[in-house]
Ligand binder design. Structure first.
Ligand code: MEV
Length: 295
């Protein structure tokens, strides 16, 4: 059995697809994959039970296919997925299922792939399924920890982050395509917004490192305005964010948007957030993909 963590993007979703900075951390929710040799391919998850199926299980199916190409032979694994990361929530469940499955395939078929190799294949899976993608999600899921991307520079911070589920699905490929269309239509405007997002990411990193809660909170709000400007917020998300702000918590979309999760920054002066919505506190996870031998 192998597992890999989900992630939150603290700043830089979408702009990172165009080479701008992003701050991202793995979180303490994991996806578990168990692979056993069998006589035909079977994929079992909360999405259902299928064979190789690029509609229902696109990430696992591509992981199996690209793993076969890499080892140059056909395989017929049974793959069982159990995940703590909600699907289509902007929390990196697709990358985590890909990474944990590749590690479990490598373990079961005696390939002994290292993290670099797992990341390389997971990145290819992401591109096959989503088309355009930055590679941030599979990177963080493979290696764990908190990073400034695209430099791959580690950073550490001490902040309380909470997640609120918008109850709407976030489909990364659709949202990335939507931003690409807007950028094609209004290149100068959208490029300007992406540059602002880049600057915000750098400033959030500084503010987190120096423990400047007021600055983090205002930068979160500006960031959310930019995400709204490129069309990835929704009315429901806007409402939840206003509600969080009334309780003193600055918040923004995390991940591709269009639904999914909202990331809230809890300043130190708030000891216990009192919110109308259900929320979950997440903490950074320093361990990336791992396997429990014999498990
Ligand atoms: C998805 O978690 C983040 C996006 O920036 C897409 C990507 O980086 O590939 C929206």
């Amino acid at each position: 059995m192998c597992s890999a963590p989900g992630k939150v993007i603290i700043s830089g979703e979408h702009s990172v697809v165009y080479g701008k900075h992003a701050l991202v951390t793995a979180i303490n929710l994991r996806c578990y994959s168990q692979v056993n040799k069998a006589d035909r391919i079977k994929i079992i998850s909360e999405l259902g039970e299928t064979g190789l199926n690029f509609e229902v299980h696109p990430y696992v199916s591509w992981a199996i296919k690209l793993f076969e190409e890499r080892i140059k032979r056909k395989i017929t694994p049974e793959v069982r997925i159990k995940s703590q990361i909600p699907i289509a929530s902007g929390l990196g469940s697709s990358a985590a299922v890909t990474v944990s499955t590749l590690a479990a395939l490598s373990l079961e078929y005696g390939m002994d792939f290292g993290r670099d190799e797992i990341f390389e294949i997971a990145r290819e899976v992401e591109l096959r399924v989503q088309g355009r993608a930055s590679g941030v999600d599979p990177f963080v899921s493979t290696f764990g920890g908190a990073w400034l991307m695209p430099e791959r520079e580690k950073f550490s911070f001490n902040a309380r982050l909470l997640i609120v589920d918008s109850g709407e699905s976030s489909i990364t490929s659709e949202m990335v395509a939507k931003v690409a269309m807007l950028k094609e239509r209004y290149p100068e405007i959208v490029d300007g917004i992406l540059d602002v997002m880049d600057r915000i990411t750098i400033e959030i990193k500084k503010a987190l490192e120096t423990g400047n809660d007021t600055a983090v909170a205002s930068l979160f709000s500006i960031n959310q305005c930019m995400l709204k400007a490129i069309g990835v917020s929704t009315r429901k998300i806007d409402r939840i964010i206003s509600m969080l702000e009334r309780s003193g918590i600055a918040a923004k979309i995390t991940g591709a948007g269009g639904g999914g999760s909202i990331l809230g920054f809890v300043p130190r002066r708030i000891k216990e957030p009192e919110l109308e919505h259900k929320w979950l506190e997440v903490s950074p996870e320093y361990e990336g993909v791992r396997c429990e031998h014999g498990g």
